[in-house]
Design a protein around this ligand. Sequence first.
Ligand SMILES: [Mn+2]
Length: 329
Amino acid sequence: MGIRFSTGIWVFGAGVERFAPTGYKAARTTVDLIYEAAKVEDLQGLEFHYPTEVNEENVRLVRDALSSHNIKSVGIAPVLSQESQWARGALSALDEDTRRRAVDRCRRAVDIARTLDAEILIVWPGREGFDFPLTTDYRRLWDNYISAIREVAEYGSDLKVALEYKMEDPASYLLHGSAARALTTILELRSQGVNNVGINVEFAHAKLAKEYVPETVVLISRYRALYHLHLNDIFTEVDLDLFPASVHLLEFIELLYWLHELEYSGWYGLDLFPRYLDAAEMVRQSINNIKTLHTALERVGWTRIRKTIEANNPIESQKLLREILSAYT
Ligand SMILES: [Mn+2]
């Protein structure tokens, strides 16, 4: 099958959310969480936030724990939203001191990524936007944001910088609300000679942007910018990181087809929120959902699916969907 699965170490954490401010479970050290993650048979990679989950103090312990469990460090995500210092923006902040601190946070995250041999810097620009109308010079906001991403990408020139877009929350309005908006930043930076910025597509965030995710990954791949995936699912408007394919099953089937067709060779990252569930079991079931769907597609045959799509016949496509579902056993 050749799919490499990773997930965030935060998936194994206490599960703090706005309606459970102390979490659903006890807090544990990152090394203990790695031990927990290692129980998931098909998990080959982990992602970490800097500095909350990995930092200068524990990075060697984390590296040793990963290597003793034969798990790869995939990506580091600098924390740029969950602290009061970023309330008014981080990389795009109109306050220059704040913006310098945000760039510095990313540079340190790059250093940690190098120590752990991680290939991706995940930038989730959750505060890069604004909260209220008539408060912001949008020209300065965009200038600040793009020049900060440029600085980070140049510092981390040996890494892939993956922007994770989302419409809103925590900021009321985010600059990168959709794949196309993130692509404008990527293309602008390329015109300045910066070629290591791409996208981390989170399934639920794409749904919030009213995107059809199979088409979205094709658009992004057109620009060779599909750097990473955060697979999960969502009912309607609240981002609760559900089991992948548990709501949008048919869309997920087509997504897996296109990732194969595009020869996507990156990680299949899982961004999940187990809440009160056992985290290892949620990751295990998520991987099984994806593997089983992938096997169903294989059984039907990639060529057969490609030919049906090429035929551009909606009636035949419905027959194909049922064929894939009956292969899904
Ligand atoms: Mn995510």
